[in-house]
Write a protein that binds this ligand. Structure first.
Ligand code: FUB
Length: 326
């Protein structure tokens, strides 16, 4: 059942913003979105029309208060290895330094994950000279497992290129598995102590259905497509993601960070626009879903606007489904 009480609101009116990653740093809410622009690249299944070139950082003292735009925190021209398409990003903090993880294409049009570093959460960030070694695909999300270390989750199929890899190696003519085969998995890896590289080879994050079977590639309503996010609630790990071509935001739960996870249901039903992407963050005792849609641009898929709405759990820890059109 969809909870119609929960209304969302747009956060920024003067720029198009998407893929919001929200965190509490220095007692403020910081949001790191993609910055959508009208670049004139025609729309295709490869996502070439998402032709972004920089990132802004935003902060809020209060969820209902003013939002501050801290300006450009990283531009593609300041990333030595990148050529175009600055897609989804996330930020983590360790020992007073801030690390921006981002997806971008290299000079050969291959997606990798990059890291840029700053002394403050509002940036600007200085990029490393090379992408993270062994990184591929898109949509990094970094989660600090309290007292234990930081972990990166990533991956995205179709334009996000995950289908071009198996066992962390590029393959010839990469394609999605057949419908009856196991779906491609999002990836998880522990980060190195300096936060700049993988500390281990990325592992598959397995998502099972209610019968204990891996989700199949043909299960488009539930299989992973892109937009990884991890949060913890009442001792359980919640991995949430987009189903891409069926336009849903779903989640799965595990007792362990590495999984295996069990599929639970839909967080957000389809929004206006092709992509659905999000983050989940607790701020001042309440939980919020940050996401985007294309309503303000009149439905242009590549010009999205970020939003926030309160997220609610049932007594037994299920996330109440929200209406993407609400
Ligand atoms: O913003 C570009 C891409 O669109 C993101 O990386 C995907 O998750 C989708 O939202």
């Amino acid at each position: 059942m969809i909870d119609m009480r929960m209304k969302s609101r747009y956060l920024v009116k003067d720029l198009y913003t998407a893929d919001p990653s929200a965190h509490v740093f220095e007692e403020k809410l910081f949001i790191y979105p993609s910055h959508d622009i009208e670049s004139g690249v025609p729309e295709n299944d490869n996502g070439d029309h998402f032709n972004m070139r920089d990132y802004h950082a935003y902060s809020m003292d209060d969820i209902n208060g003013e939002i501050t735009d801290h300006g450009v925190i990283l531009d593609v021209d300041d990333v030595p290895w990148a050529s175009r398409q600055m897609w989804d990003s996330d930020v983590a903090c360790k020992d007073g330094k801030y690390y921006l993880y981002f997806s971008a294409k290299d000079k050969n049009d291959v997606f990798h994950l990059g890291v840029a570093v700053s002394d403050t959460p509002e940036g600007p960030f200085k990029a490393q000279t090379h992408p993270m070694m062994g990184s591929y695909s898109i949509d990094p999300c970094v989660y600090e497992n309290e007292g234990e270390g930081h972990y990166i989750f990533f991956g995205g199929i179709w334009g996000g290129q995950l289908q071009r890899y198996r066992d962390n190696n590029a393959i010839e003519c990469g394609a999605e598995p057949a419908d009856i085969e196991d779906a491609l998995c999002p990836k998880v890896a522990r980060l190195s102590d300096d936060m700049l590289e993988f500390a281990e080879a990325p592992k598959d994050l397995l998502i099972y259905n209610e019968n204990g079977e891996l989700l199949r590639a043909g299960d488009h309503d539930r299989r992973f497509f892109e937009a990884s996010w991890l949060h913890q609630y009442k001792g359980k790990y919640y991995f949430s993601y987009s189903t891409g071509n069926t336009h849903k935001l779903c989640y799965a739960i595990s007792d362990n960070l590495y999984g295996p996870y069990t599929y639970q249901g839909v967080i957000l039903t389809p929004v206006v626009g092709w992509t659905i992407h999000h983050s989940i963050c607790e701020f001042k005792g309440k939980w919020y879903l940050f996401h985007h849609d294309s309503v303000p641009s009149g439905g242009k898929t590549w010009l999205r606007s970020m939003k926030v709405q309160e997220l609610e759990y049932t007594e037994d820890g299920k996330i109440m489904t929200m209406d993407g059109m609400g």
